[in-house]
Design a protein around this ligand. Structure first.
Ligand code: DAH
Length: 418
């Protein structure tokens, strides 16, 4: 892939890192989270309504520098998210953001004290009903001038007491098994009492939001169960993850924490401290709107879109599913490194499948992984499940797609069909 990529009128010269195929470029600018009546737009709006008074930021282009996406936030140089198999690069310097956190520092620079960022984000991944290379996230941040520590601590204590009282009146059961301590510390540069109130403010604010979103799904008289656990993010400390009890398991909803002071300094607001969180909209919307397949969000079929109305959470009524068509593909992996061929990675394989067949592939599953005892050669077999959400596929059409996939993976990945 050596053609330069042009996005939002800007050309990014290609180099050895360029790995963003046209099928992904074509998704840029769709902005499902801004499309009236779309479930993602309703979810965004509910969250925005909860965080009243927060300044909204909607960065138009998903292109950020690698520095913004990773380094500025303190990601280690060898963090796996940086690899070409996991992220979409335009070139060595520019990439498609993998999370809305990539805009935190520039948001701090605007001088406001509370923000919400909603945007599309991009990650290379497997193909199944809950993974799609483009999805949407929201980031929230709030911070305060910490010049007068005592006064601010009192102010936050009072606000937190009020929030706690409001929550106490809601049927929500919050279990906090996070453990602020040596493994998940307060920052040394922070006054411990103040940092504790900030973390508390973060927790109350998010518990309130979660209750607004999920409160109604527990109509059977059970309180909504929410759990706080420890986490690690390079730009927050302490850091937490929040989970909601749904369908008999804990569903991870978001990551958050007290922002590392250095990150605020980078944004020119070293005299302020506060919290940040980030969440994925699709995962939550799939639960709230009962949407079984992440591809449906991208459907232009009126049978999907006409079911939803801005501001209303309603369960998706599935229309008839078209029959699936399975095609297996068995091949040997290259035995030794070949010039111009990268080491095998499933995400690269899925990228080709997506580039050829787009949303006509429902999932790609590894069904056999065999290493020949004598030769040591490794063979894989993948089952590709073709199914359109909007129409019936015929066998010739699917065979043509499958042939195209085979042709490309043989050429680009150095594999040998069995
Ligand atoms: N960006 C993180 C992700 O994509 C989510 C996140 C975690 C955002 C912690 C934050 C935060 O702002 O403080 O997984």
């Amino acid at each position: 892939m050596s053609a330069p990529v042009t996005l939002f009128g800007k050309e990014y010269p290609a180099d050895g890192n360029t790995n963003t195929p046209p099928s992904i470029q074509a998704k840029v600018g769709r902005n499902l989270h801004l499309q009236k009546d779309h479930p993602l737009a309703t979810l965004r709006e509910i969250i925005e309504t909860h965080f009243k008074g927060f300044t909204r930021i909607q960065p138009e282009s998903p292109v950020v520098t690698v520095f913004q996406n990773f380094d500025e936030l303190g990601f280690a140089p060898d963090h796996p998210g940086r690899s070409l198999t996991d992220s979409y690069y335009l070139n060595k310097e520019h990439m498609l953001r993998t999370h809305t956190s990539a805009h935190e520092v520039e948001a701090y620079k605007t001088g406001a004290d509370a923000f919400l960022i909603a945007a599309d984000v991009y990650r290379r991944d497997e193909i199944d009903s809950s993974h799609y290379p483009v999805f949407h996230q929201m980031e929230g941040m709030r911070h305060w001038d910490v010049t007068d520590v005592k006064q601010l601590t009192e102010q936050l204590r009072a606000e937190n007491a009020k929030l706690a009282e409001e929550l106490a009146a809601c049927p929500i059961e919050i279990t906090d098994i996070s453990n602020v301590g040596p493994e998940n510390p307060l920052q040394e540069c922070h006054d411990p009492e103040l940092a504790t109130e900030m973390a508390q403010n973060l927790k109350h604010s998010l518990n309130g939001m979660i209750f607004k979103l999920f409160g109604h799904i527990t109509a059977d008289g059970q309180p909504l169960k929410v759990r706080w656990i420890d986490a690690f993010f390079p730009w927050t400390s302490p850091s937490f993850e929040v989970e909601v009890w749904y369908n008999d398991e804990w569903l991870e909803i978001l990551g958050c924490g007290v922002v590392v002071q250095k990150t605020l300094e980078r944004g020119g607001v070293g005299h302020k401290s506060g919290w940040a969180f980030g969440l994925g909209l699709e995962r939550i919307a799939m639960v709230l709107f009962d949407i079984p397949d992440i591809r449906l969000f991208w459907s232009q079929d009126p049978r999907f879109l006409s079911q939803f109305k801005q501001g209303e959470i309603t369960a998706f009524k599935p229309y008839s599913k078209y029959p699936p068509c399975y095609k297996d593909m068995s091949f040997w992996l290259p035995e030794e490194t070949q010039e111009g061929i990268k080491p095998w990675h499933e995400n690269d394989y899925c990228e080709v499948v997506r580039d050829v067949a787009g949303d006509l592939v429902e999932n790609v599953t590894l069904i056999d992984d065999f290493t020949h005892p004598k030769t040591g050669k490794r063979s894989l077999c993948y089952r590709l499940n073709y199914r359109s959400m909007d129409r019936s596929l015929n066998n010739e059409e699917v065979n043509a797609l499958q042939d195209k996939v085979v042709g490309r993976v043989v050429k680009e990945m150095g594999i040998e069909m069995r």
